[in-house]
Design a protein around this ligand. Structure first.
Ligand code: AMP
Length: 224
């Protein structure tokens, strides 16, 4: 499968991308994860990106476009991919369209997750991330006796620096200003579907999968 998952921070893109990646054996490509790894390893990309990330701002388009180009051309993306966190600006979306053309890639779907703003801030400030496998948990998913370790792999759980309430609010503003306009860009291109991201994780997953199957069926049968 070749999918773009779109939505504000905290809408569940990362969680859904992991489920889809397992189900369809496609690479989960999270630009946020790639950048966090670069920051941790102090690579030149990490050094460039860090201050933008700490403030909750977007890393410049040229840097991100170069990064995603490299990943899409790599072996990792060969069997399909779930793009989580890219594109985030119209400029990135246009560059991505060009890359798809060049590489002969057609998408199976562009899925947008819709979540209310108050819920986004609540989710971001409460969630914990596993330092080992990157899975994300809200407090209800963590049993009292496991609250500091990942139920999946036992890794240590932590709160991301940019998930503090102030930076989370700023990230939402950045989304509304710079990323939300992409909805119109993709609506025009067709195959853009919005899903209610306030539902349970399993319900959202089922809704995405059924859209992807419907899109595949339509593409294989020449239907719009
Ligand atoms: P995320 O994990 O997707 O919420 O991303 C964390 C941070 O990484 C964002 O707040 C941005 O600073 C940066 N980032 C991730 N993806 C992009 C992108 N496509 N364009 C610009 N900045 C990005």
């Amino acid at each position: 499968m070749r999918i773009i998952l779109f939505g504000p921070p905290g809408s569940g893109k990362g969680t859904q991308a992991k489920l889809l990646s397992n189900e369809f054996d496609s690479a989960h490509i999270s630009t946020g994860d790639l950048l966090r790894a670069a920051v941790a390893n102090k690579t030149s990309l990490g050094v460039k990106a860090k201050e933008f990330m700490d403030e909750g701002n977007l890393v410049p388009d040229e840097v991100m476009i170069g990064l995603i180009h490299e990943v899409l051309e790599s072996e990792r993306a060969r069997n399909g991919f779930i793009l989580d966190g890219f594109p985030r600006t119209v400029k990135q979306a246009r560059a991505l369209d060009e890359m798809f053309k060049q590489l002969g890639i057609t998408l199976d779907g562009i899925i947008s997750l819709r979540v209310e703003h108050d819920e986004i801030i609540r989710r971001l400030s409460e969630r914990k991330t596993c330092s080992s496998c990157g899975r994300i948990y809200n407090p209800h998913q963590l049993k009292a006796d496991h609250s500091e370790t990942c139920p999946y792999c036992g890794g240590e759980l932590f709160q991301r620096d940019d998930d503090n309430p102030e930076t989370a609010r700023h990230r939402l503003e950045v989304y509304l200003k710079q990323t939300k306009p992409l909805k119109d860009f993709y609506r025009k291109a067709g195959r853009f579907v919005q899903i209610d991201g306030m539902q349970d994780i399993e319900k959202v997953h089922e809704a995405i999968v059924s859209i992807l199957h419907r899109n595949r069926f339509a593409a294989q049968n020449g239907l719009k």
